[in-house]
Design a protein around this ligand. Structure first.
Ligand SMILES: [Zn+2]
Length: 309
């Protein structure tokens, strides 16, 4: 049985796009239902009463990834949903400059600065009163053209609603110049707004110059760490020494301390312990530390004791 032409309207259009090698996907479509007071209410076929992009979002699970040129697949989709709007994947056969209303037209006219602002290729009048200009694919994604209000770009990873899809306003998208018109290249001034802005050179970071053994900062750090080691209480000395070593080597890696100074930790520690009262470490605990340091390691270690019954 032959289906009524009205039911094939979107199907035939979708098959026509696919025949040109343009991947197609079905989109939800506006619906009209009687409201509570009987007046017709515009909704979306997705059934969500709060749907924002009415008639513009994909019907399939994987959305744009389901776009295809397969006649069988397209036939199956639109025979199930004959009123589904038609989405065309961009970035393959063309990119699209999307100009949304008078503000978008004004922005493009200013960018053109007296030159013809209409790219002389295929163009669609959208259901909302905007324009879709079809241009040769650029390889770009979907960047917002810098400084252009109400203007968008659809390239790789994007799609547009195509004629004869119906807008929520009830108006259909329509071709002003169809796809038989040769695709123009994107104007240079527009392309400049689509490319990523040049990255300004980063100011060079001041390099830390190796200060050598006499670098004041390195020397000060070394003195502080040695003081920590010399004054560490019993039971924390190994831990303190280990931490100080790590910090000193990080300073050596940063170039403010000579590596040999960092390796000289044991000798410096002993010197610090030998002369606690002469200058830098007048701490009374130094005498105790010095006595402990002279004892063999086995006697210095605290021995575990069993509790007395
Ligand atoms: Zn919806």
């Amino acid at each position: 049985m032959t289906r009524p032409p009205a039911d094939r309207f979107h199907l035939d259009a979708a098959l026509g796009y696919a025949a040109r090698g343009i991947p197609v996907l079905p989109l939800h479509y506006p619906t009209v239902r009687p409201g509570r007071d009987g007046t017709p209410t515009i909704g979306c076929s997705c059934g969500d009463p709060g749907c924002g992009p009415v008639g513009k979002h994909p019907m399939t699970v994987h959305g744009l990834h389901d776009a295809t040129t397969s006649r069988a697949r397209i036939d199956w989709w639109w025979r199930r949903f004959p009123h589904a709007n038609i989405g065309l994947a961009t970035g393959h056969r063309f990119d699209v400059l999307d100009i949304d209303g008078p503000d978008g037209e004004h922005a493009i006219a200013q960018l053109s600065a007296g030159q013809p602002s209409d790219p002389p290729g295929p163009v669609v009048r959208t259901g909302r009163g905007g324009w879709h200009f079809y241009l040769a694919p650029t390889g770009l994604g979907n960047p917002h053209p810098r400084g252009l209000d109400r203007v968008d770009w659809r390239g790789r990873g994007g799609y547009v609603v195509a004629p004869p899809s119906r807008h929520a306003s009830g108006t259909r998208y329509r071709w002003v110049r169809d796809l038989d018109t040769p695709l123009p290249q994107v104007p240079a001034a527009l392309r400049e707004r689509l490319e990523p802005p040049p990255v300004p050179p980063r100011p060079a970071m001041p390099a830390i110059q190796p200060g050598g053994p006499g670098h004041p900062y390195g020397q000060r750090v070394l003195e502080l760490r040695l003081a920590e080691v010399a004054t560490a209480p019993k039971g924390e000395r190994n831990h303190t020494l280990y931490g100080a070593g790590l910090r000193l080597f990080s300073r050596a890696a940063g170039g403010v301390l000579d590596r040999d100074q960092g390796r000289d930790r044991p000798a410096r520690r002993r010197r610090a312990l030998r002369a606690p009262g002469r200058g830098a470490h007048p701490d009374p605990r130094h005498d105790r530390l010095r006595r402990e340091d002279r004892q063999p390691p086995s006697r210095r270690r605290a021995r575990p004791r069993l509790a007395t019954p």
